[in-house]
Design a protein around this ligand. Structure first.
Ligand SMILES: [Fe+2]
Ligand SMILES: [Fe+2]
Length: 470
């Protein structure tokens, strides 16, 4: 089904035939636009941005490119095509037909999950609000804006579900999604990581690599849901989300590449010398990685969770790529956990957060392999590492267990004292900030980052991806 762009809210959910729902969403739309104007990318309203917009959910239609002013971007409601006779793929309802409405007894569980997912989408736009002012190139500026408009669309995706399936409560939650703000003392966003400021581009690339990847795994598990509209919404969001992780992976890769060029030029791997040349030393990249990886690990929740068990049992949330497993019921399977007290065997259903975190960590490792290959090819010993999942945790069994990044227990005093070696210190952040200057000449790159291998949609790297009219 193609998307009707003549409607105020582009959609493929036949909104025109549900006047009440349409009116409710049209009532929310101007509030969303006010939020975008206030909390969306700074000083960007007049810019023509080379953006990808979905005009259909199939392979041909979902990526249509052209210059758009962001406030005119057509945020719409798109669900992936239904799978005929789809059945629930896990839990106690395994094999039963999927639900097209939320079962009454699961209403609050679904609502909480949809609100939590929905809350992260505008949060990240707020976190990234000022990045455009220090973009390293027009190519990167365009990618930032692409990510931002799509996170806005992901908010629409969740708000649609709230309006369509949760009545008055849902409408109230949709309002709340625009009234909480990232980092706000009184009304913060729900999850910790989404209240961390992203004030430099190294953090942005770390966020899109590590935190958007958490998003990917959440969406993958919700794409398995027994509630079919949620599953279809998340399936379509995943196609967009892939670009966000591309931005993170290539972004970090380009920073590493530039650093290696500078090291070669200098004939030295001395961090101070690398910094003096205006590049980011590999040690600092590692510290940024330690920060964002550990912060993102917390998003999966506690290792042992009765909530996760009931979400799985009830068909609310499956495992990412559920079909890869043989046992989809998991009612008498067990799982071995490492806790500070030693090995512990728990029921698999209770360990679903940990199962998901495990798949996420594996996925994170792929990028590191590539970057380490580049470092090795350049003839250096240095290796980027993911810290141990025990390190610096704020949720679960390892909270308040001081360890070093390798996961070895250390005395509390040492932990506090050495933290600035492990995650970005004030002076690291000040240094990275000192590199952030706006570069907006087509094809030019800031000195701390290498150009990308190719442009967007087969266009050259020096294409004018954003026309600023300033
Ligand atoms: Fe998103
Ligand atoms: Fe994203």
């Amino acid at each position: 089904m193609s998307i009707n762009y003549s409607e105020r809210i582009p959609n493929n959910v036949d909104l025109a035939n549900d006047r009440t729902l349409q009116r409710a969403l049209e009532h929310w739309q101007p509030k969303f636009l006010d939020w975008w104007k206030e909390m969306g990318p700074r000083d960007s309203a007049a810019a023509d941005v080379y953006l990808r917009t979905a005009i259909g959910v199939d392979a041909q239609g979902w990526a249509s490119y052209g210059a758009v002013k962001m406030p005119d971007y057509r945020w719409g409601i798109f669900l992936a095509e239904p799978v005929a006779d789809r059945t629930i793929g896990f839990g106690d309802h395994f094999g039963e037909p999927v639900w097209h409405q939320v079962p009454g007894e699961l209403r609050s569980q679904f609502r909480r999950i949809i609100v939590t997912q929905g809350d992260t989408e505008p949060a990240s736009v707020e976190q990234q609000q000022r990045l455009g002012l220090t973009c390293p190139s027009l190519y990167d500026l365009r990618n930032l804006f692409q990510v931002n408009v799509e996170e806005g669309r992901h908010l629409w995706a969740m708000v649609y579900l709230l309006h369509a399936h949760f009545g008055r409560d849902g409408r109230e939650e949709a309002e709340e999604l625009l009234s909480r703000h990232s980092g706000d003392v009184d009304k913060p966003r729900i999850l910790g990581t989404f209240n961390e400021p992203i004030s430099d581009w190294l953090s942005f690339f770390m966020f899109t690599y590590f935190t958007d990847r958490d998003g990917k795994f959440q969406l993958k598990s919700l794409a398995e849901s027994g509630f079919d509209p949620l599953a279809r919404t998340c399936r379509f969001m995943l196609t967009e989300e892939a670009h966000h992780m591309f931005v993170g992976e290539t972004g970090i890769g380009r920073v590493v590449k530039r650093t290696l060029e500078v090291m070669k030029l200098l004939g030295s791997d001395d961090p101070a010398a690398v910094r003096a040349q205006g590049a980011v030393d590999l040690q600092t990249i590692q510290r940024y990685m330690n920060f964002w990886f550990t912060s993102s690990l917390d998003l999966f929740g506690s290792e042992v969770s009765s909530n996760a068990a009931s979400s799985f049992a009830n068909g609310v949330k499956g495992r990412p790529d559920e079909t890869q497993y043989e046992d989809h019921i998991c009612s008498d399977a067990s799982y071995e956990l490492e806790t500070p007290q030693g090995r512990e065997t728990v029921s698999l259903r209770n360990a679903m957060n940990e199962v998901m975190r495990g798949s996420y960590i594996k996925d994170c490792e792929l990028g590191l392999k590539r970057w380490n290959m580049a470092i090795q090819r350049a003839g250096h010993e240095f290796k980027l590492n993911l810290p141990s999942p025990r390190f610096r945790r704020s949720i679960g069994a390892w909270v308040n267990v001081p360890t070093d990044p390798a996961g070895n227990a250390v005395p509390r005093e040492e932990y506090d004292r050495r933290m600035p070696e492990w995650i970005p210190s004030e002076s690291d952040r000040a240094f990275v900030h000192s590199l952030m200057h706006r570069v907006v000449e087509p094809g030019k790159m800031a000195g701390w980052i290498a150009p990308p291998d190719r442009g967007i949609n087969n266009l050259p790297v020096d294409y004018e991806y954003v026309r600023l009219h300033s």
